[in-house]
Design a protein around this ligand. Structure first.
Ligand SMILES: O=C(O)CCC(=O)C(=O)O
Length: 289
């Protein structure tokens, strides 16, 4: 059985910068993922401050846990490791960026009713420019994504344009000032889907995510993948760790250089480790979401 994307899906991705595929994750496995998430949230109850695993909401407490993000869930749970190597996802990524790719970063945004923070307009590429743009993110809906629990918004074809300024007051802030950059967000597509649906978006696609106004959870996991010959321009700390993140294919030590627009995320953000805190510097856009 082939799990590859079909021609129309590949064409949609190249044209619009994203594609949505329903029913990718098996329902039984989804239950296991949600149980593993509950176990991690229990661990989060025991800590008071954000750490390398958890980004906590400002009102987090033992009795009322508020976890905004679980970072690198694959490092803390065998179930999430299994999801990282899910054949149906791997084959779809191969259809778009070829047989050689590695994990750049893994994260789950929980958007629970108690910590339903929105994510402001941004391009992932601004956070991690690479030597070429065979770089994308696979989003996995662990819960249904509905019109009032925090949809993702994608602006079709925006991946073909420039990389916008994501700085504020001289520091990287991880969000774009939509008015200053005269970006028309009326064309944004609001993405909804059943649990088990996946999205795949190009690293330069302009996107954002609405606040959760419901009483239900909205957990969305993102695997950010890069071709093995797309090297991060911020450098590699440890070459062995870098290659240990290969999901498919072989290590390549000859990066492929293409003509890509780049702005470095420097000077670095003031609150390293939390997109939610950094984006607060660019508050103007919040009313637009
Ligand atoms: O959680 C979401 O809806 C997507 C957020 C996002 O774009 C990100 O974390 O980079």
């Amino acid at each position: 059985m082939s799990y590859s994307l079909n021609k129309e899906q590949i064409r949609d991705y190249n044209k619009n910068g994203y594609v949505i595929i329903e029913d990718v994750i098996d329902q039984k496995f989804l239950k296991e993922l949600n149980l593993a998430t509950e176990v991690m949230i229990k661990d989060a109850k025991l800590i008071k401050k954000s750490n390398e695993q958890f980004d906590l909401g400002l009102n987090h407490s033992y009795s009322n846990p508020s976890v905004r993000r679980i970072k690198q869930p694959q490092n803390y749970s065998e179930v999430f490791k299994k999801l990282l190597f899910y054949p149906s996802i791997i084959e779809k990524v191969i259809s778009l960026i070829g047989n050689n790719f590695r994990l750049h970063n893994g994260k789950m945004n929980l958007k629970s009713p108690s910590a339903g923070d929105l994510v402001d307009w941004h391009q992932d590429w601004a956070f991690y420019p690479h030597s070429n743009d065979d770089v994308l993110a696979v989003g996995i809906m662990l819960d249904d994504m509905t019109l009032n629990n925090g949809t993702v918004l994608f602006i079709p074809e925006s991946h073909k344009g420039e990389v916008y300024d994501h700085h504020h007051n001289g520091y990287f802030a991880g969000a774009i000032d939509i008015e200053k950059n005269k970006i028309d967000i009326r064309n944004a597509r609001e993405i909804v889907g059943k649990a088990g649906t996946i999205t795949i978006h190009h690293a330069r696609l302009l996107h954002a995510s609405k606040p959760n106004l419901s009483k239900l959870n909205r957990r969305f996991l993102l695997w950010e993948f890069a071709a093995n010959d797309a090297w991060p321009l911020m450098g590699i700390n440890n070459y062995e760790d870098f290659n240990n993140k290969i999901i498919s294919g072989d290590a390549i030590n000859r990066p492929r250089l293409t003509k890509v627009p780049v702005r470095m995320p420097l000077p670095a953000a003031l609150n390293q480790g939390s997109i939610f805190e950094n984006q607060k510097a660019v508050t103007k856009n919040k009313k637009d979401l």
